[in-house]
Ligand binder design. Structure first.
Ligand code: 7PJ
Length: 295
């Protein structure tokens, strides 16, 4: 399986690591250490050295309860970094929901639009919508993600019932709508949106039953890194839930479990540790079935 993007045809036969580059000063998991362009680019280089296969650059916090930023502010954060990052010779994804930002980064040569809103945003002041922008750039890769509600309210009213078929149906419809715009199936990845309006149990159900999400044949991208569902199941003996900065072990475990269950791209903060964990998994996978030879 491959994922076609603007400049790269990404081979997904091994799970790919998408390194997160967060340009938001209010980001919940890295405290916004990378919001000036020089630091952000240094961080990009470090992630690539650590083994990231692609980078996901974002300037709008989608942290639960967050308010969002203006188009101007997001452009100001994202453009200087994307302009340089496209020179790194790896696929550059941009995590944005704003049509104006999509258009600007695609003009700079970005490879993938990663939209937690699945291209549902209208343009401002009658400008092009997210779908208009993608229709005008049908050669880009797109990741469509499932979100229930919106980031300002989503944790107040999570989904009810069995989330897996509902998430799958939404993702299939979104991917079909993209194809109707002229985006080839090979350019589309889908993502269940871990933490976006789901309970802890629902997030884990999406991992336990992840194989159901593979059925339509799109590459699956997942992001568990440092999310609250990792913290929620890993309180210490005193009942203290680890903060985002101390969820490394759980995040790596979730990335490996997701890869083992068929995720083709894992979106992570901690690239080096995830690379090593996947190497161990791969070494085990290489020996799977060897017992028959040994006995
Ligand atoms: C996701 C994302 C995710 C995709 C964020 C965070 C919150 N994009 N952007 N999937 N999460 N595709 O990184 O914790 O899960 S922002």
């Amino acid at each position: 399986m491959h994922w076609k993007t603007t400049r790269f045809d990404v081979d997904l036969s091994e799970p790919q690591i998408m390194g997160i580059v967060n340009l938001t000063p209010d980001s919940f998991s890295d405290g916004g250490q990378f919001h000036d362009p020089v630091h952000a680019l240094r961080h990009c280089e470090q992630l690539l050295k650590d083994g990231a296969h692609m980078l996901d650059i974002g300037g709008e916090s989608t942290r639960p309860g967050s308010g969002g930023v203006s188009v101007e502010q997001e452009l100001q954060r994202v453009l200087p970094v994307v302009r340089e990052a496209v020179k790194f010779n790896v696929p550059i994804s941009v995590d944005t929901s704003k049509p104006e930002v999509m258009s600007a980064v695609l003009d700079l040569g970005a490879d993938i639009i990663n939209d937690v809103w699945a291209l549902r945003r209208a343009g401002t002041d009658g400008g092009p919508s997210a779908t208009d922008v993608v229709r005008a750039h049908p050669a880009c890769g797109v990741c469509v993600m499932h979100m229930h509600g919106d980031p300002s309210t989503m944790q107040l009213q999570p989904m009810d019932g069995d989330v897996v078929p509902e998430v799958l149906l939404f993702l299939e419809r979104s991917a079909q709508a993209l194809q109707a715009l002229g985006v080839q199936k090979a350019r589309i990845a889908i993502d269940p949106g871990i933490g976006f309006g789901k309970t802890v149990a629902q997030n884990y159900a999406l991992l336990a039953r992840q194989s159901e999400l593979l059925q339509p044949g799109y590459p699956l991208l997942v992001g568990w890194s440092r999310k609250s569902s990792i913290g929620a199941v890993s309180a210490d003996a005193q009942g203290n839930v680890p903060p985002a900065s101390q969820r490394l072990g759980g995040s790596v475990a979730a990335a490996v479990l997701a890869a083992e269950r068929g995720a083709r791209i894992v979106r992570v903060h901690d690239v080096r540790e995830t690379v090593q964990a996947l190497q161990v998994w791969r070494a085990v996978a290489a020996q799977a079935g060897s017992s028959q030879r040994l006995v």
